[in-house]
Ligand binder design. Structure first.
Ligand code: F6P
Length: 548
C-alpha cells in the first residue's frame, strides 16, 4: 500500500513536541485537504459500488477487539493520505508522548492529563513514573476492597444491616461514566445490591430514588472532584437529612456515607469518615475519571474482577493507540475522519447511534467527553480558532431514532455524519434473543447503507411505477420520495457487550478527542466555559439569601 508512516506515538517525541502552537490552517496538509475538498467529490454510491480493495483495506481497523468499518466515509486514498499527513504535521505523536510523560498539557490549569495512568497495569516503569503507578494501585485496591465488602454484605449500616442499595450523588463526570458503564454492563450486575444514580438536584429525582428504600440498608456515595459543586452538596445535605429522619445521628451516618473526591480535606471537614473517603487526583479530568475511585459505584454493581476487565480493555486500546502505525490507528482514524467531516465537509453535528439498549447512556457520556473537552474557540496560544472545533454530538438508541429523527438524516437539509455502534453477539437470556439481535444488527446495516447510497430520482420513479402508480402521481411524488444519500458513517463493532470491550470503546473515544484537540491545537482538558454560569449562580444565591 504505502510506506508505514510513523505511529502517532511510537516515534521519538519531536523537538519542542510539548505545547508548541500548531494552528492547523497553516499546515501544508490542511491546504492540501482544502484543495481536495474543493474538487468535485464522487457520491458515496459511486465510491461504494466500484470495487476498491486498497481503499477498503485502508479504511478498516481493528484494535483491542473492536472493529471499525470506515468505508462509508466520504474519503478516497488521496484524502486519507492527506489526513495522515495532517496528523504527522500536527505532531500528534509528540503531543501524545507529552501526555504520557505527565507534562502539564492542561496548560490553563497547570496540570497533567494522566487518565491512562489510572488503568496502567501497575508497571512501575510506565512513562508517568513509579510514584503515580503506586498511588493509583494503592487507591484502586482500597476502593475495590470496599466495593467488594458492599457486594458481599459485609459492609453494615449503623444498625448492623447489610447494604441493599447504593445511591450515587454526583453530576457530570461524577455521574456519566459510572452510570453509563453500570447500564452497559447490566448483565454483570450484583443481584444483592442495587446501584442508583442521582445526577441532579431536582428534588423529584432524589425523592424517586429514595422513596422505596430503608435508610438502614442504604449507602450514599457523594462523588465530586472539587467537592464544591452546589448540586451535589445539596443532594448530600438532603441525604444526611433523610438519614437523620431515620434517627441516625451524624456519627451513626458515617456507616452510610462514602465520599469520592480530589479534595479529601473538604470531605473530612464535612464530616465524612476518613476510612470512607476515596481519592483521585487533580491530573484526572472529571470526564476522564471513571477509571478512578469515581468508578466505586460501578465496582459495586459489577464487582472488582469485572472492573479490572474494564481497565484491561482500556489498557489494550491505550497500547494500540501508543504503538500502532498511524495508518492502522483506530482512535486516530476516528479523529481524522471527524476533522474531515467537520472542517472540510462542513458538517456541524455528529450523531452517535447505538444499537444496544444497554449502551443508551453512552451518548450523554460521549457528549461530555467530546463537547466539554473540545467545545473551544481559541487555540492553545489564545488566538481565535478559524477551524473546527467540536461538532455538536447527539444521538441515542438508533432503532428508536429511526422512528423519531432519522427522517431528517435521510431527507433533511443537514448532512449528519453518524457513528453506528453495534454488538456482534447477543447474551440476553430470552428465547428469541437471536432474532432480536439480528433485527438490531440488520437495521444498523440498512440505515448505514441507505444513508450512504440514497435513492436518486430515476430509481425512485422506477420504484413508484413498480408500485403501480400512474405517471402523474409518480411525477408529483418523486421529489418527496427521493433520498439524496451521500451521508458518511462509521460502523464500530464490539465483539460482545462485556467489560473489556466497553473499556476499549471508552478509551478509543478518549484518544479520539485527544487527537482532534492535538490537530485543532486547542485545550482539551480544561472547561472554563462552565465558570460564568456558576459565578452568576452564586450571585443569585446571595441575592436570594439577602431577599430572605
Ligand atoms: O461544571 C462542569 C464540571 O466541572 C465537570 O467538568 C465535572 O465533571 C462536573 O462539573 C462535576 O464536577 P465535580 O466532580 O467537581 O462535582
Amino acid at each position: 500500500m504505502h510506506a508505514t508512516t510513523p505511529s502517532p506515538c511510537s516515534s521519538a517525541p519531536s523537538a519542542g513536541a510539548s505545547l508548541a502552537a500548531h494552528p492547523p490552517a497553516n499546515l501544508p496538509a490542511w491546504g492540501r485537504l482544502r484543495t481536495l475538498a474543493a474538487a468535485p467529490q464522487p457520491h458515496l454510491r459511486d465510491r461504494l459500488t466500484v470495487a476498491d480493495a486498497a481503499r477498503d483495506a485502508a479504511l478498516r481497523f481493528e484494535a483491542a477487539g473492536l472493529r471499525l468499518d470506515a468505508t462509508r466515509q466520504a474519503v478516497d486514498l488521496p484524502i486519507w493520505h492527506a489526513l495522515l499527513a495532517l496528523a504527522r504535521e500536527a505532531d500528534v505523536a509528540g503531543q501524545a508522548e507529552a501526555l504520557r510523560r505527565g507534562e502539564a498539557i492542561n496548560a490553563t490549569e497547570g496540570r497533567a492529563a494522566l487518565h491512562p495512568a489510572l488503568r496502567g497495569d501497575d508497571d512501575l516503569s510506565a512513562p508517568w513514573g513509579p510514584a503515580i503507578s503506586a498511588a493509583v494501585r494503592d487507591e484502586r485496591e482500597r476502593f475495590l476492597a470496599a466495593a467488594e465488602r458492599v457486594r458481599s454484605g459485609t459492609w453494615h449500616g449503623h444498625r448492623g444491616l447489610p447494604i441493599r442499595t447504593v445511591v450515587n450523588l454526583g453530576i457530570g463526570g461524577s455521574d456519566l461514566g459510572p452510570r453509563m458503564a453500570t447500564a452497559a454492563l447490566a448483565a454483570l450486575a450484583t443481584p444483592t445490591v442495587a446501584v442508583r444514580y442521582v445526577p441532579n438536584a431536582d428534588a423529584w429525582t432524589l425523592h424517586e430514588a429514595l422513596r422505596d428504600l430503608n435508610p438502614h440498608e442504604t449507602l450514599f456515595v457523594v462523588q465530586s472532584k472539587s467537592f464544591t459543586t452546589p448540586e451535589t452538596r445539596l443532594m448530600a445535605d438532603t441525604a444526611r437529612r433523610w438519614l437523620s429522619d431515620a434517627e441516625l445521628d451524624p456519627a451513626a451516618q458515617a456507616a452510610h456515607l462514602v465520599a469520592v473526591t480530589a479534595r479529601p480535606d473538604l470531605a473530612r471537614a464535612q464530616g465524612f469518615d476518613p476510612a470512607h473517603i476515596f481519592v483521585f487526583w487533580d491530573w484526572v479530568g472529571g470526564r476522564y475519571s471513571v477509571w478512578s475511585a469515581i468508578g466505586f459505584p460501578l465496582a459495586v454493581a459489577i464487582g472488582a474482577a469485572s472492573f479490572r476487565q474494564l481497565l484491561a480493555g482500556a489498557r489494550a486500546m491505550d497500547a494500540h493507540f501508543w504503538h500502532a502505525p498511524a495508518e492502522r490507528n483506530l482512535p486516530l482514524a476516528l479523529a481524522l475522519l471527524s476533522v474531515w467531516n467537520r472542517d472540510f465537509l462542513r458538517c456541524p453535528t455528529h450523531l452517535v447511534a447505538v444499537y444496544a439498549e444497554r449502551l443508551r447512556h453512552f451518548v450523554p457520556y460521549v457528549q461530555q467527553l467530546a463537547m466539554e473537552s473540545n467545545g473551544k474557540r481559541v487555540h492553545r496560544d489564545g488566538t481565535a480558532c478559524a477551524v473546527g472545533t467540536e461538532a455538536i454530538v447527539w444521538g441515542g438508541v438508533g432503532l428508536e431514532g429511526q422512528h423519531a429523527y432519522f427522517q431528517l438524516l435521510h431527507q433533511g437539509r443537514h448532512r449528519v455524519p453518524v457513528d453506528f455502534i453495534g454488538v456482534d453477539t447477543e447474551d440476553t437470556p430470552l428465547p428469541l434473543a437471536a432474532r432480536h439481535h439480528r433485527l438490531m444488527r440488520d437495521n444498523l446495516l440498512a440505515q448505514a447503507q441507505a444513508l450512504a447510497l440514497g435513492r436518486d430520482e430515476a430509481q425512485t420513479r422506477a420504484q413508484l411505477r413498480a408500485e403501480g402508480l400512474d405517471a402523474q402521481t409518480v411525477k408529483a411524488l418523486t421529489p418527496h420520495r427521493t433520498f439524496p444519500g451521500n451521508v458518511p458513517s462509521n460502523l464500530l463493532w464490539l465483539p460482545r457487550l462485556d467489560a473489556h470491550a466497553l473499556g476499549a470503546l471508552m478509551a478509543a473515544y478518549e484518544h479520539k478527542v485527544f487527537c482532534e484537540a492535538a490537530i485543532w491545537d486547542i485545550q482539551a482538558y480544561d472547561q472554563w466555559g462552565v465558570e460564568l454560569g456558576k459565578t452568576l449562580l452564586h450571585t443569585l444565591a446571595r441575592s436570594d439569601g439577602a431577599a430572605g
